[in-house]
Design a protein around this ligand. Structure first.
Ligand code: ADP
Ligand code: MG
Length: 283
């Protein structure tokens, strides 16, 4: 209940906590006594006291907003550019990635395509750019192409496709990972096409794919649809070419070579034993 306690009988601290809670100022509630003591010691006046509290509330609010954006993004794991070893993938345009991490392309509602074979860091880069976007207070939604098509089909069956399409059109950055691993049904392809189509010049979209453009028809099934899709996706686009050896395979080989356990040529089998997202040495 939000009823205001009776003023005459209630200590001011209780009333204050009540009002501050209604005003959604939790940091004020938590900190005002501590900051008052500190200000008394520093002989800071009332404006300075209020200013300190406001600053604390704003810092906390920004942190809570970022945490909420990250939760809403549904990242399968947290990856950042701090842990990305650019030397491992010389084909990748590092200045472009750093520029994209500043998120101005998201404000300009452009697109980004990360293309390359498995294990070259496409998902890592997409997660890192998604995290950077959350930190700039953009709304982000991370999904895989297969999961998105599944979600769309389910929404269609449950007659809530329009609501989902609207939601997907609204998000500042939509990340669609792993386009190309699973071909879509005709309906799935149409539904996914509609997502991209609605987002055209309305929001930023990042797609990762193991397939070069000329093979996208094999996923969407229709040349007409693929053409229209690529037309929209590639109009304002930043392309991250991620060609190289699988990072996991390369690190496993390096490790095996270091320990002398394997001759370099035998190392390939060990690439598969690296756990996804496990601690990988980048030395
Ligand atoms: P892809 O999506 O291209 O198949 P991932 O991004 O899933 O590749 O990378 C596979 C694993 O290797 C992940 O754990 C990822 O964090 C790691 N990885 C890939 N490339 C790099 C890199 N250049 N620096 C650090 N870790 C990397
Ligand atoms: Mg991937």
């Amino acid at each position: 209940m939000n009823a205001v306690p009776q003023v005459a009988t209630v200590p001011p601290q209780v009333l204050l906590a009540h009002h501050l809670k209604l005003l959604k100022l939790p940091t004020f509630v938590r900190e005002y006594e501590k900051v008052a003591l500190a200000c008394a010691q520093d002989q800071a006046d009332y404006p300075r006291y209020l200013l300190r509290l406001c600053e604390l509330e704003r810092i906390d609010r920004d942190r809570r907003n970022i945490e909420r954006r990250i939760r809403q993004a549904k990242f399968p794991q947290t990856k950042s550019l701090d842990t990305f070893d650019f030397k491992a993938i010389p084909s990748l345009n590092k200045p472009l990635v750093l520029e994209l991490a500043r998120c101005e392309w998201i404000e300009r509602r452009e697109n980004c395509l990360a293309l390359g074979p498995a294990g070259t860091g496409k998902t890592h880069t997409a997660l890192a750019l998604g995290l950077a976007a959350c930190q700039k207070n953009h709304t982000v939604y991370f999904t895989t192409a297969a999961a998105l098509v599944h979600e769309l089909m389910e929404a269609r069956d449950e007659r809530r496709l329009r609501a989902l399409q609207k939601q997907l059109a609204r998000v500042n950055l939509l990340i669609v990972d792993e386009l190309g691993y699973v071909p879509f049904t005709a309906v799935g392809a149409e539904l996914l096409f509609e997502v991209f189509s609605r987002r055209y010049e309305q929001g930023a979209t990042l797609v990762t794919s193991n397939l070069p453009f000329d093979e996208w028809t094999s996923v969407f099934g229709s040349e007409r649809l693929t053409g229209a899709l690529l037309d929209r996706l590639t109009h304002h686009v930043h392309i991250l070419e991620m060609n190289g050896e699988s990072y996991r395979l390369a690190t496993s080989k390096k490790r095996a070579r270091k320990s002398g356990a394997l001759a370099p040529a035998d190392a390939s089998n060990h690439g598969h034993s690296e756990p996804e997202g496990g601690a990988i040495e980048t030395s």
